[in-house]
Design a protein around this ligand. Structure first.
Ligand code: Z5A
Length: 212
């Protein structure tokens, strides 16, 4: 089996199409002889999935931005220790549905917590580990929410107002400008086939440039 301990994250507002693209990314990596590990945040471990339940439950509508952020990083610490770092060390690519860019976007931007306190937690928990590639599926919030709402009942985040998602999107786009090598912006308002064709091109380029 080919080895590539690369860390790929996929980001975007709800309904951007992240879940729809994960199996395609898995297939692309398998076609190159790799054995990818697919995971998600919040979640990815039994503890993380329990925390996810707390975070998404509409019953917790009074949760403070600080409590929310600390829960996300608690789940992330466990995820890194139990799943992500061991897989990368074993030479497996890790594909994660959302990671810390989501915290900057949703808690930093959406909840208006700002960047500084998130950066402290990021340093503490990640100790320098960053994704090698982040695919940011960019979609106007109204379109993404329409897609997501057709699919299932809204969770605690999906019940937020449009401005919340506009602030989150602005942070994602600012981060993509700041980290142009790592973050690739993909226009996800287009038909899924076009979005997936661009993702395939980006992943193929990364593998051609970076395989051991
Ligand atoms: N959160 C946070 O606040 N801070 C953090 O640090 C982290 C997370 C890590 C759960 O995330 C919540 O956690 C999330 C942010 C918060 N807030 N919410 N809500 P999640 O990733 O599990 O939840 P999500 O973003 O809501 O996932 P989603 O709605 O499943 O979005 P998606 O995976 O990007 O979309 P999809 O399931 O692939 O597609 C949705 C529908 O649209 C589906 O019917 C598709 O067939 C359709 N679709 C997808 N792409 C297209 C295109 N291109 N054209 C037409 N239709 C499409």
């Amino acid at each position: 089996m080919t080895q590539c301990g690369c860390f790929i994250t996929i980001e975007g507002l709800e309904g951007a199409g992240k879940s729809s693209c994960l199996s395609q990314i898995e297939r692309l990596l398998r076609d190159r002889g790799l054995d990818p590990l697919l995971t998600r945040e919040p979640g990815g471990t039994p503890l993380g999935e329990a925390v996810r339940g707390l975070l998404l439950a509409p019953a917790h509508h009074g949760m403070s931005a600080e409590a929310e952020t600390l829960l996300l990083f608690a789940a992330r610490a466990q995820h890194l220790e139990q799943v992500i770092r061991p897989a990368l060390q074993a030479g497996r690519p890790v594909v994660c549905d959302r990671f810390t860019d989501a915290t900057y976007a949703y808690q930093g931007g959406g909840r208006q917590l700002g960047e500084a306190r998130i950066a402290v937690l990021e340093d503490w928990v990640q100790q320098g580990l960053q994704p090698d590639l982040t695919l940011y599926l960019d979609v106007p919030p109204r379109l993404g929410l329409e897609r997501a709402r057709q699919r299932s009942a809204p969770d605690r985040f999906e019940q937020e107002r449009l401005e919340f998602f506009e602030r989150a999107r602005a942070v994602y786009l600012r981060r993509a400008e700041r980290f142009p090598v790592r973050m690739k912006v993909i226009d996800a308002s287009r038909p899924l086939a076009e979005v997936q064709a661009e993702i395939a091109a980006v992943i193929t380029r990364m593998l051609d440039d970076g395989l051991d």
